[in-house]
Each structure stands twice: as C-alpha cells, then as structure tokens.
Design a protein around this ligand. Structure first.
Ligand code: FAD
Length: 419
C-alpha cells in the first residue's frame, strides 16, 4: 500500500499500520516532515529550520515502511497505479492521499507574485532572511526610512506572526541594532472579517486584539485587500499603504496538481470523501488531513483532525484486510489554541469547555507543541531555543539569521533536505 504525503496525517497512518501484514511505501517530495505550527518561529529567527523538520526515512524505517522521495503526478484508478513526476510508476492495493494544501490567493491581483507564504520550511527561511534584511537595511541608513510589514489574514498564523514581529521590533531590534528607532518598523495585520481568530470565543478574540494592539500591531479588521503591488498593498477602502514585505496567511486550497488525479473535488479543491474517508467512488483510495473534505462531517484544517484521520485510515485498512466493513470517522475535538507573544496565548478546550488566556495559556501552548513535535532532538532543541528566546530576547543573541535573502533562487528549486 502507498501513502502520499508525510505530514501529520501520512505519518500517523504509517504508525497505525505498524506490524500490519502489508508492505508500506510512503512518498513525499521532501526528505523531511515539517511541523507547520512552529514555522512562524523559524520565520522570525527563534528556531532553527532543523528544529521543525524530521527525516521521513527515519520515521518510516521505525515502522518497517519504505520511504521514497518523489511527487505524485497522476493516478490510474482502474489499473491501481500511480505515476510520479519523474516517470516512476508504482502499483497499489490501497492508496492514502495525505498531501495537505497550500496557499490560496483567491484571484487577488498581485497576491501570488508579491507576497511571501508560510507553508513550508523553505518559505519560513526565505521569509526570515527578508525580515532580517529589512531590519539590517534600517541599521545601514541614518535617514527616516521605514520598514513596513503587512500580514494578511487574522487566523492563528497571521496573529502569531504579527505578534512575534511586534516583539522582535521591541526587543531584538533594540538589542541588535541599537541605532535603529523601533518606531521605524510598522507591523500591520489585515483581516477581512470583523474579528480576529473567528473560530474562538468572542472573549478570546477580544483578548487577542487587545494584546496585539498593546504590542503595537496596527490591526485592521473588516478590511479587504484589493491588490498587492511591489512595495505596497491596496486596501478595499481605496487606501494604499507602503508594504516592504507582505505575508499571505489568508487562505488555503488544494495544489493545482490534485486536479490531474481525476478525483471528485469540493470547496477549495479538497478531495471529497465518504464518512469512512474513502474517496467518493473509489473504494481503495483514502484521503485524509487538510486535503480531505467530508461534506456531511467536515473537520477543521488543523493538526488534530489530520492526526486522528491518519490513525483512522490505518484502522480502516486493517479492517479491510481482515474482510470487515469500514467505520465512519468521528472527530474528538480537543480544542484550539494560538499564541500572540511572550506570556500571551489563547486556549479553548472543548471538553470540559475551558478558556485560558495569558501566561497559563502560553505555557499550555508551549507544552503541547513540544509534545507533538517529532523526535527527541527536536524537542530538546526547540525547548532550549524558545526558552532562550523568551527569557533572554532582550540580550539580542540566539537569533539565527541568513545574510542574503534567498529570493534569487527560483521558488521551484528542489528543497535542500533536512538540517
Ligand atoms: C504556518 C502554519 C501554522 C499552523 N499552525 C497550526 C496550529 O497551531 N495548530 C494546528 O492544529 N494546526 C496548525 N496548522 C495547520 C496544520 O499544520 C495542518 O492542518 C496539518 O499540517 C495538516 O496535516 P496534513 O498531513 O494533512 O498535511 P501536511 O502537514 O501539509 O503534509 C502534507 C505532506 O504532503 C507532501 N506533499 C504534498 N504534495 C505532494 C505530492 N504531490 N507528492 C508527494 N508529496 C506531497 C508535503 O511535502 C507534506 O510533507 C498550521 C499550518 C500552517 C501552514
């Protein structure tokens, strides 16, 4: 059987099939699995890229699975074969699609060309180098030149990034470039909805907004982005703002290649599945994680549903191998959380329904992220780096930066493996 994609969903499928009487191959276009929830820490220099990446081969090997690096190009559902972009072909008895999603620009003029995404480890490194280059540029000029950053999208990623950038300005900038007046750095967060973090309780949304404003983020709610141009953003009310760096955290959709797989697709290109997570009309193909959409029982595009669907797919394949019927997927909602900055986070547990804010929420956020990171080395290095960041940020050290922004490298260049 073949699993495509080594994110949360794919890796938990492999784990769930440990010692099953089946030969497992997992295919991913990267050598490593990425822990996306901490990418913004890489982008802001708090973590090393290697802290959020874990080698797929090692994980596969532990569960007696084989790892192949490659990109899924086409699926022959009748002949039960897949073809990779490099032309290699493989047969499958069961196929699990766990390919995740990527940034969606919803046709907004200039958004794809002029914004930075934060979806892969490579995106985070490119963004980090541009952020640091922006700060360095200020230190090299004595005039009143500014560095304006716009984060588009007031979901968890946008809030976390804007909050951390504001803290960078207030602490690291002062320590590393003492000649730069922090007021020359502007951080703006633009959200089309009337509030930030829409899935959260209104009290948590209000807390989040207050904390961001307190940290000096220019929060624009009920504001559309009409266009993104080099060096500026055009807002729905016609206002144009300087934006040296615009980050797109406003939405996701299936990658274009999914359209070539001849599978039923729903909203934002997600693959339509039955309640047991087999793809509609395809008994031997499962779709799980962010890419899957069960219209009668939709789950949010978050790590927990991906993990639980990975375990579920493994259990269903075991049942099918034993001649049993499949069962519908049931999502156990554990809650949601987002961090705003040092000692400020929001946690909304589902059962019992408890909300937390402030230092306690921040510690819960930190602990849970460490638990779900893959690999002991990553946990230790992440804990050390985050501890250093939040305890000694004002000393200026501990930030790992590149020197030249990587934008000269074509975006489709092969990624560089795990560090
Ligand atoms: C910046 C950011 C922050 C986030 N923060 C949180 C958070 O705090 N909490 C939370 O719960 N969720 C968070 N999420 C969402 C969470 O990370 C996703 O819901 C989760 O990763 C989905 O898991 P997945 O396995 O479906 O896909 P992914 O983790 O995206 O994995 C997909 C894998 O498929 C591979 N792949 C893709 N296409 C192909 C192909 N054609 N061939 C071969 N391989 C392919 C990719 O390389 C990747 O390894 C965040 C996401 C982002 C981007």
């Amino acid at each position: 059987m073949i699993i495509i994609g080594a994110g949360f969903a794919g890796l938990y499928t492999v784990e769930g099939l440990n010692r099953a009487d089946v030969r497992i191959t997992i295919i991913d276009h990267n050598l490593y699995s990425t822990f996306q929830p901490l990418l913004y820490q890489v982008a802001t220099g708090g973590l090393n890229p290697g802290d959020v990446a874990y080698p797929v081969g090692g994980c596969a090997g532990r569960h007696l699975a084989r790892y192949i690096r490659g990109d899924l190009a086409t699926i022959d559902t009748t002949g039960r074969r897949i073809k990779l972009e490099d032309g290699r072909e493989f047969e499958y008895d069961y196929l699990v699609l766990a390919v995740g999603v990527s940034a969606a620009y919803f046709g907004i003029k200039g958004a794809a060309e002029n914004t930075f995404a934060l979806y892969t480890r490579r995106d985070a490194i490119i963004l980090r180098d541009h952020i640091m280059a922006g700060f360095e540029r200020l230190s090299a000029t004595d005039n009143n030149e500014e560095f304006a950053v716009t984060v588009v999208g007031g979901g968890a990623t946008g809030v976390e990034l804007a909050g951390t950038l504001a803290e960078l300005r207030g602490t690291m900038l002062r320590a590393t470039f003492p000649n730069v007046d922090p007021s020359r750095v502007h951080v703006r967060l633009v959200e089309m909805a009337p509030e930030l973090l829409m899935p959260y309780h209104p009290k948590l949304r209000a807390y989040t907004r207050r904390q961001l404003v307190k940290r000096g983020v220019d929060v624009r709610l009920s504001t559309r982005i009409l266009a993104v141009e080099p060096g500026k953003v055009v807002l729905g009310d016609g206002e144009t703002h300087r934006s040296d760096l615009t980050v797109w955290a406003a939405g996701v959709a299936a990658a274009q290649v999914v359209g070539a797989w001849n599978l039923p697709q729903g909203h934002n290109g997600r693959i339509l599945v039955e309640p047991d997570h087999r793809v509609k009309g395809n008994d031997r193909i499962f779709a799980i994680g962010d890419i899957a959409l069960c219209e009668s029982n939709p789950t949010p595009q978050l790590a927990q549903p991906a993990i639980q669907e990975g375990k579920h797919a493994a259990a269903q394949i075991r049942r099918l191998l034993n001649g049993a019927e499949t069962q519908p997927f049931r999502y156990h909602d554990k809650g949601i959380m987002a961090t705003i900055g040092r000692r400020a986070a929001v946690v909304q547990l589902a059962r019992p329904p408890i909300w937390m804010t402030g230092t306690l929420a921040w510690l819960v956020w930190l602990g849970l992220h460490l638990i779900y990171l893959l690999g002991g080395r990553n946990r230790v290095s992440t804990m050390l780096n985050l501890t250093y960041r939040y305890l000694f940020w004002g000393h200026g050290g501990g930030v790992i930066v590149g020197d030249e922004p990587m934008s000269a490298v074509p975006p489709d260049a092969p990624s560089d493996g795990v560090r």
